[in-house]
Ligand binder design. Structure first.
Ligand SMILES: [Zn+2]
Length: 189
């Protein structure tokens, strides 16, 4: 009996529109968790500030990164070869598509472009330029870059953002300017 009631509720709330499941006639069901996540992250950012949000992301990211390293028997050797499959895994898990432009463990530098992040996309849909969601994910990615990709002390900054009309979010560490240094990293004459 319970099954039938559930089925009825489900049929009333969930419909297929253009081949996609749609909740309550308006919300893309596949994107529903991303939408809920976007709202929650935005709220935390608005109430407690971006620095807090970034830190929260970092702590959460570090927790997951440690889990990854343990359960996947992560070894630094051969990482360069596996990086593509790792990023594909991230993409499948809903962390967007990463285009790694620079990755330098010796100098502790990284530059990446990010697109198709479901939560960020929903954040922009809901909050436009006011979205704070990138800060959260930059924290998460920083932790992964530090712990798994060995970009020591990684603390990503955003120089371009989809929410401001850029084709991707551009995140980097020690690329445009060495942290703690006043002068630019570019070749000095
Ligand atoms: Zn962004």
């Amino acid at each position: 009996m319970m099954d039938n009631i559930f089925k009825k509720i489900l049929m009333r709330t969930l419909k297929i529109k253009h081949g996609l499941p749609v909740l309550l006639n308006k919300v893309d069901f596949v994107m529903f968790p991303a939408r809920a996540m976007a709202k929650m992250v935005q709220k935390v950012g608005e109430d407690l500030g971006e620095t807090y949000l970034n830190r929260l992301g970092y702590d959460a990211g570090l927790m997951v990164a440690k889990e990854f390293v343990e359960s996947l028997n992560w070894v630094e050797k051969g990482l360069a070869l596996r990086i593509k499959s790792i990023f594909t895994m991230f993409e499948v898990m809903g962390f967007g598509k990463i285009d790694l432009k620079l990755w330098d463990t010796k100098e502790s530098r990284i530059l990446l472009h990010l697109i198709n992040h479901p939560v960020i996309i929903y954040g922009i849909k809901l909050f436009g330029k006011r979205e704070r969601i990138c800060s959260f994910y930059m924290g998460i990615f920083s932790a992964h870059a530090h712990y798994e990709l060995k970009v020591n002390g990684c603390n990503l900054i955003e120089t371009q953002c989809i929410s401001r009309g850029a084709p991707y979010c551009e995140w980097s560490y020690n690329y445009f300017k060495k942290t703690g240094e006043k002068k630019k990293k570019k070749k000095s004459r």
